[in-house]
Design a protein around this ligand. Structure first.
Ligand code: NAD
Ligand code: UGA
Length: 461
């Protein structure tokens, strides 16, 4: 197809965990649209154009291969593709600011702003600019101001279309979303732009799941969705601590509580804490916004969700330390799982980073294994002092180990031969199941001292 045969041209700035999968699905579902995914990172773009995609996501490779070279393209030529596009998605990173005002809380919007300036510089015709990145409420105002400043007389309509996909299920979440949210200005231009975007999603999303809202509600809904999800995890983790002190079992409590249809059963798995690139950053951003609007009690309320998460990771380390006779010096611990959750190679803000650092501070020796995240784990622990190494094979990781610490619930870890593992470990052999993945009774019968999360320990002394 030549360019003129396409109904519309889409450009997406940012070829990461969001830009990559979302654009692959749009290209699959809308063969009449040309989709160009753009990034300043040449290595990433080269990888999208190769057989080894830069991110691991179930089903993604097939989706990319289906459209790549037909209506899906990856490029570093931002200027050309921005100017050619009718609709520009902005999916660049918005990390927590690490410097100056708001450091450690506010969103760092420098990449968003650079993108807006570049669009303004090169666009010679009307564009719809879609916020896909997660940004603070009212950020669209800033985007509009930058886009319409200077001598360029081109008009831009800014929409908010936050992304709700979760890693590991990105393809499914995009192909069958709970909802698609589109925020716009209530002006003729804003409403027409909104209709353009609705038309894209209507290719595969039922109309009742496409929600429209005002710009600010849409932006805020994204932060609030992540805050509510993280809040559930912190809520159940806080109860896990109480369970360990009272011989209640957190999974039984979660089940009983979750059966109330007003509460619901999802997202109530206690664990070593939430990780991932967004929960912490988005809640801290919400906290910062509340402080900005002088809503201090609201800020303190949401801050607690992060505080409980930090407490949970530290609590796990302390439990390992206390159970292993208050010293980990020179003890080998096999760490099962480094990714922040299964089915992804992503380790951003993974609890494993904090827990491994703390175990190393206690001078434990770590053998870290993960089915897909070793490459990232290596970078995360670069420069950290201590005795640690990586093993592809979990059976090698446990050779002579005093303990296993399971931090990510990869299905592969549930399938291992734990008798074989027990036989190759130092005795007494400990297992700390930070995700309640394993059969604790069976492990105990094998001889392990078992420490599930939020449940009484099963030990032999
Ligand atoms: P990412 O870091 O994986 O990807 C962002 C990409 O943007 C990078 O490849 C970077 O090189 C590129 N980039 C930065 N500045 C650029 C510029 N000026 N021009 C061109 N490219 C540029 O980030 P991500 O995980 O895809 O997240 C992107 C946004 O989506 C964030 O705001 C995040 O909060 C949000 N989000 C992420 C997820 C997720 O699961 N990761 C889910 C929903 C929303
Ligand atoms: C999360 C949200 O689920 C997405 O809707 C959102 O789009 C995304 O953040 C984002 O904005 O980046 P993600 O971080 O990929 O997605 O993963 P989740 O499945 O939400 O898990 C986050 C963390 O919570 C993981 O570390 C997971 O282990 C932990 N978790 C989750 C629990 O400990 N218990 C649970 O019951 C659920």
């Amino acid at each position: 197809m030549t360019d003129t045969k396409f109904t519309k041209k889409i450009a997406c700035i940012g070829a990461g965990y969001v830009g990559g999968p979302t654009m692959a699905i749009i290209a699959n579902k809308c063969p009449d649209y040309k989709v160009s995914v753009l990034d300043i990172n040449k290595k990433r773009i080269d990888a999208w154009n190769s057989d080894k995609l830069p991110i691991f996501e179930l089903g993604l490779k097939e989706r990319v291969m289906k459209s790549r070279g037909k209506n899906l393209f990856y490029s570093t030529d931002l200027d050309k593709e921005i100017d050619a596009a009718d609709i520009i998605f902005v999916a660049v990173n918005t990390p927590t600011k690490t410097f100056g005002e708001g450091a450690g809380r506010a969103a760092d919007l420098q990449f968003i702003e650079k993108t807006a300036r570049q669009i303004r510089e090169v666009a010679r015709s009307h564009k719809i600019v879609v916020e896909k990145s997660t940004i603070p409420v009212r950020a669209a105002e800033t985007l509009e101001t930058i886009l319409h400043s200077g001598s360029n007389s081109v008009h831009f309509d800014v929409l908010s279309n936050p992304e709700f996909l979760a890693e590991g299920t990105a393809v499914r979440d995009m192909e069958d979303p709970d909802r698609v949210l589109i925020g716009s200005r209530n002006t003729p231009g804003g409403l027409a732009a909104r209709e353009e975007l609705v038309r894209i999603y209507r290719h595969w999303v039922p109309p009742e799941r496409i929600l429209t809202a005002n710009l600010w509600s849409s932006e805020l809904s994204k932060l609030v969705s992540n805050a509510f999800l993280a809040q559930r995890v912190s809520s159940i983790n806080s109860i896990a601590a109480l369970c360990e002190s009272t011989e209640a079992e957190v999974s039984e409590v979660a089940h009983a509580v979750g059966m109330d249809s007003r509460i619901g059963a999802k997202f109530l798995n206690a664990g070593v804490g939430f990780g991932g690139s967004c929960f912490r950053k988005d809640i801290l951003n919400l906290v910062y916004l509340c402080e900005h609007y002088k809503l201090d009690p609201v800020a303190r309320y949401w801050e607690q969700v992060v505080a409980i998460n930090d407490y949970q990771m530290e609590r796990f380390v302390k439990r390992v330390l206390r159970s292993m006779f208050d010293t980990l010096v020179d003890k080998k611990i096999a760490v099962f799982g480094f990714a922040f959750k299964p089915d992804t190679s992503d380790t951003r803000d993974a609890p494993a980073i904090y827990i491994c650092r703390r175990l190393l501070e206690e001078r434990a020796k770590l053998a870290i294994t993960d089915p897909h995240a070793i490459e990232n784990a290596r970078k995360d622990l670069e420069g950290i002092e201590g005795n640690f190494h990586f093993e592809e094979d979990p059976y090698r990781a446990v050779q002579g180990a005093h303990a296993v610490a399971l931090l990510t619930e990869w299905e592969r870890f549930a399938q291992l031969d734990y008798q074989k593992i027990y036989d190759s470990m130092e005795k007494p052999a400990f297992i700390f199941d930070g995700r309640n993945l394993l059969n604790h009774q069976k492990l105990h019968e094998m001889g392990f001292n078992v420490y599930p999360l939020g449940k009484p320990a099963l030990h032999h002394f």
